[in-house]
Design a binder for this molecule. Structure first.
Ligand SMILES: Nc1ncnc2c1ncn2[C@@H]1O[C@H](COP(=O)(O)OP(=O)(O)OP(=O)(O)O)[C@@H](O)[C@H]1O
Ligand SMILES: O=C(O)C1=C[C@@H](O)[C@@H](O)[C@H](O)C1
Ligand SMILES: [Mg+2]
Length: 161
């Protein structure tokens, strides 16, 4: 499995489908798969069942999803040690975007429950997670100021080398 990991807005979902096309393998969108399975959107899940419920569904999903595919993960997937171990068993590619890039890309976003609250809280979450993305990644790709197709190409080249 090739897992794209990174903070909300780093472009995992956008890039993963392009990468899968390039590698001629299937593509799995983790957030969407969990939403379909639960019959709820992520904001609904957070409101009705709570974040812990969603995190449990993420762990179950990773544990049970095997095979050869490109997976765009949810931004918080690296919070669980068990998940980090599963990601390390495959190939984990960290899409690193600077804070300014994330803020710009998500400036009109209302679909991410953890992209709310004040700026300091969001930035703290970003900084707290950075070491977890880095320690999990086999490859780090910087994505600021690059088009999705260019990023997919860069990842494909990295995976070949
Ligand atoms: N390389 C890029 N250049 C410009 N805009 C981008 C790029 N990649 C993604 N975006 C835009 O940024 C926003 C977030 O992208 P995307 O949903 O792929 O992020 P994500 O990493 O999957 O986030 P999440 O962790 O919340 O699932 C979208 O509006 C998308 O169009
Ligand atoms: O960064 C996060 O914790 C999240 C990112 C999204 O992909 C979703 O998985 C959800 O909104 C939580
Ligand atoms: Mg996504």
């Amino acid at each position: 499995m090739i897992y794209l990991i990174g903070f909300m807005g780093s472009g995992k979902s956008t890039v993963a489908s392009k990468l899968a096309q390039k590698l001629q393998c299937s593509y799995i969108e983790m957030d969407e798969s969990i939403e379909k399975q639960e019959g709820l959107t992520i904001p609904e899940m957070f409101t009705q069942q709570g974040e812990d419920y969603f995190r449990k569904k993420e762990r179950e999903f990773l544990r049970n999803t095997k095979g050869e595919a490109v997976v765009s993960t949810g931004g918080g997937v690296i919070l669980s040690p068990e998940n980090r171990e599963i990601l390390r068993r495959g190939t984990a590619v960290y899409l690193h975007a600077d804070w300014e890039t994330i803020v710009d890309r998500l400036k009109n976003d209302t679909s991410r429950p953890l992209w709310s609250g004040d700026e300091a809280e969001k930035k703290q979450r970003f900084e707290d997670r950075l070491p977890l993305y880095k320690e999990t990644a086999h490859h780090v790709v910087v994505v600021d100021d690059k088009a999705p197709a260019v990023i997919a190409e860069e990842i494909a080249a990295r995976l070949k080398s």
